[in-house]
Each structure stands twice: as structure tokens, then as C-alpha cells.
Design a protein around this ligand. Sequence first.
Ligand SMILES: Cc1ncc(COP(=O)(O)O)c(C=O)c1O
Length: 461
Amino acid sequence: MAVTGPHPANVPTLPAHTDPDTDRVMDSGLLHELSYAFGGPFHFLLPHRFDTNLTAFRAVLDDAGVTGQVYYAKKANKAAVWMERCAAHHAGVDTASAPELRAALGHGVRGADIVVTGPAKSTELLRLAAHQGCLVAVDSLDELDLLVTLALTGTARPARLLLRRLPPAQPHSRFGLTAAEVATALDRCVRAGDAVRMEGFSFHLSGYATRPRADLAGELVAHCLRARELGLRADRISIGGGFAVDYSSAGHWHTFLDGQRPEHYHAHKTFEPDGFYPYHSPVAGADALRAILDTVPEGARTSLAGLLKETGTMLMTEPGRALLDGAGASVFCVQGVKERDGYRILTVDGTSLSLSEQWFNSEYLPDPYLVTAAGRARGGAEAHPACVGGASCLEPDLLTWRKVPFPARPRIGDLLVYPNTAGYQMDSNESSFHDLPLPPKVVVDRLGDRPRWRLDRHPAC
Ligand SMILES: Cc1ncc(COP(=O)(O)O)c(C=O)c1O
């Protein structure tokens, strides 16, 4: 049965951008040692890359002369090390549950640097947020009333809040306040007097386009000006997250999309091309923030940066995925290899729960690396296509349905390294299915010939 072939141009491949830090870890021999030590899959984290991304966001604000704060959206990855980095750099954190808020506080982030988002927040979460002086993005009138009551009856006064706007361009969003509700909310904030400190407005948009963010930001600045006329503070806006990550080159991405067909996937599985994350973005990360600031919002005379400065309005951003770009990877060991007609089925020692894209009817597409005991497999003349299944009894538990054209024949004991997985892939959906332990996270504090590592301090590890 032929399971190899010359590297045919039509086998879809999506190489991630070359990443020297990930390459150094893969070439250090550390991963095989850790795989042996843990006896299962694990993730490694590169905190210096988080620092670099944070610095880039801050530099964009500085260059534009805009006063702002970056809040790391904690939902993107549970590791404690990101909180530690935020605390060390006086960065903010965006939390959306009481445990997330407690984790941020517990790892040294000040309440004043925390924003609390998410819908229908529990009384426990609102009380804790008010008590710790966190900024609450209010999502509904009920929530506003509850927060006001807590502020009036508790010791924490005033309760700091933003009003979250339902995006007019995404009217089916279940988040945020309609225009009429904003008017009612402003009235209630005025009536609440000293019990609340209404600091401005917020939104979070689906998708990654920059223009709609600039347009809505412009609208929120106008809301701030009206709120100030009512005697409210309203000196900041939050434009949420949604700064794209650029995983692969334009050429690779478009060739991939044009070339992929059902026969390139195990069981002829099909995915809607527009259901894939846009793995190439010409404008990504901090550059997307720069583009937003440079855009003249609809109806305005000046760029968003100019508008913010003219009106003395501070800009809050809540990037999750973009702060984690390049900051981690996921490692699985090949535990079984089956031959099929023209390809192989690899079974690894973990499950697709550690690569969440599958749980959104999609697939994490950047090619995994094959790392043998002798080192990284390099491109040869032959392709060795294989899909990747999880060690579970579930038929659909595949980490990769696509028949990835590996550069060498994968064998039991080899490692598969999925690159750039820190943003939403590694732990959003993990559970201890089959009583398997949650994959530990290893923090690589120092690169070099012998990388220094430690376990992350999140309790799940
Ligand atoms: C309110 C809010 N802020 C920030 C984010 C982070 O988005 P991203 O990771 O795409 O930057 C999200 C994601 O759902 C969100 O809902």
C-alpha cells in the first residue's frame, strides 16, 4: 500500500511562519525529555513573547500620543504566567468570571487594573469587582441596577463602570445595550450619584476588521461627550479585542484555500472555508491597533487617534489571542500508527480537547512539526501524509483531519508539535476525559542551548 509519494504540489500544506524561539525549543532535546517525564501531552509557554507583544501594543499608543491601557483578555489562556507578566508590567487584565478575577488578583494584578466583562454577571462577581475597585463593563440594565444596589449597600463606593454598547453593525449580538437602553442607563447613573463612577463605554466586535472598530469607537467618543454634559466622568472607551494573529504567509494561505478538497481529509471530511480562522492577516496584532487609530471614523473630521486626544478620552484595548502570538506550542507523542490507502492515521497520547478549534466545527490548520528522537524531521523528496487522532474512543476525536504531508515517516515515540497554540487552542476546552490528566504547562523562562523550564503555577497543573 503506497502511503508516501513525491511531494505533490496538490497536497495542501500550511506552514506556520518560521519562529526561531519555537525552533530552539524543538531542537534542544527538551521536548522528548518532558514527554517522557509527563507520560502525556503538554504545552510549553514562552513568556518573553507575551512581553514583546505587550510592548508592541503600548508602543503603538505612545507613537500615536494616545493615553491608553492594554488589558490581557484572560479567557484566551488559563496559565498563571500571563497574570504574572501583567502584574510585573502594570498591564491590565480582562476577566469574565469570579474565578478569573480571583486568579488575576491572586497573581498580583491590582483591582484598579482589572476590567470585568461578560454578560449577566453573578452577584458574587459584581460584589468582588466593586470591592476590589475593578472596572465593570455593564451589559444590561438589570446588571446596572444590581451594581448600584451593591454599591449603595456595601462598603465599596463608588462602583466603577463602563456601559457596553450593542454594536449597531452587529445587531444580532447578544451583548451590550441598545441606544434606548444606553439613554436609560445614563439616566440611572446620574440618579445613582456618588454610588457609581461612570467612566465611559465599551464594545467588543466579532471578526477582525479594523474599520468597524474605528467607526464604533468614534461613536463611543460622542457618547462620552454627551455623558460628560450630564455630569458623568466618561473619560475612556474600550474597543475590546479581536486583533488578528498572522499565522502563515499570504501565499501559503491562499494556495491552501484554493487547493484543499475533501479527499485531502480523513473520511472526506469537509469544512466550510469561511469557518476557518483567517490564518493569514495582512494587518495583525499591534499593527491592527495602529490601523484603527489611523482610521478616520465615519462622520469624523480626524483620525480616531486625533479624536481621542482632542476630547481627552483614554483608549482601552482587550487583546487575548494577539498578546499570545508566538507565546506557546502544544506537544503530543505518537502512540500508534495505522496504514490506510495512501495515508496514515496517527494516534497521539492526548485528545482534540487540547486543540479547541475542532470544537467549533473547524480545524487548527498550521502544520504540526514532526520531531523525532534525532531532531526535527526536515523536508525530503517524499511526503508522508497522515491525519492525527486522539487517544479516545470517540470517532470524531481528531486533532487534525487533514492528511498533513509530513517530511518523514512518523513513528511511535515521535513528537508532534503544534505551533502557536497559546491563543485559545491549548486549554479552552480541555477536560480530563477518560480520566486522563490535564496536560501540564511548562514555562520556558530562558532559551539557550539548555532552555530553563518550570511548571506554570495555575492550580490545574
Ligand atoms: C469583551 C471581550 N474582550 C476581549 C476579548 C478578546 O478577544 P481576542 O482574543 O480576539 O482579542 C473577547 C473575546 O471574546 C471579549 O468578549
